[in-house]
Ligand binder design. Structure first.
Ligand code: SF4
Length: 204
């Protein structure tokens, strides 16, 4: 039997922001339609499209709305988390919301960029990605950042090519490294090859 889900006790008040990113997103799908769809999702009290969510004006809009609509969760449907997750976490934190109650849906790199030839499919995917982010943010809990002491040593498990390479990279950075291998010799499968492309030399 599956365990009961840990649903937040407070009333969900989710804000959703769907970014145009110039023509990067809006050139393929209508962000307004994604926002109108998001407004129908459980827990969403405010959903809108925004021209450039990461710009000062876009961040200000989110910060003002957090206060105006008493938002306790935020979803930004825009680009990759690698690009702007710190930006939006910082923005919601400035508005007094725990930064880990913000979730992004990637409707640019993983949607309009990848499916520019299929606008209808891209629109459906953008809605699905946004709905998934809304569902996920519903279950997020506030988190605190902590600092823990870290020993500058490394353990690499597995003495195949990847493990050897990782150990050497670490050693070159003056990090003491211990390489563990269950077999009597290192080299893994590579060490069993009698020829390797392109020189056809023995592998070891
Ligand atoms: S948040 Fe991302 S998708 Fe939106 S304008 Fe900025 S870079 Fe483009």
């Amino acid at each position: 039997m599956s365990e009961a889900l840990d649903i937040p006790e407070e009333e969900l008040r989710i804000g959703v922001y769907v970014c145009h990113c110039g023509s990067n997103i809006a050139g393929v799908i209508p962000p307004k339609e994604v926002a109108e769809f998001a407004a129908t999702l459980p827990g969403v009290v405010h959903a809108t499209d925004t021209l450039y969510a990461c710009a000062d004006s876009g961040q200000s809009l989110i910060k003002e709305d957090i206060k105006k609509y008493k938002l306790n969760r935020v979803v930004v449907s825009a680009c990759s988390v690698r690009m702007h997750e710190p930006t939006f976490r910082g923005a919601v934190a400035e508005a007094g919301l725990n930064p880990f109650l913000m979730e992004m849906a990637n409707i640019r790199e993983q949607c309009t960029w990848a499916h520019g030839h299929d606008p209808d499919g891209a629109l459906k995917k953008a809605k699905d990605l946004t709905a998934a982010a809304v569902a996920k943010v519903s279950f997020l809990q506030p988190l605190d950042m902590i600092r823990v002491p870290v020993s500058k040593r490394a353990l690499v498990i597995g003495g195949g090519v990847a493990g050897i390479s990782a150990a050497l990279d670490l050693a070159e950075q003056n990090i003491p490294v211990t390489l563990v291998e269950k077999e009597p010799t290192i080299g893994g499968v590579m060490a069993q090859l009698n020829k390797t492309f392109p020189t056809m030399d023995c592998s070891i």
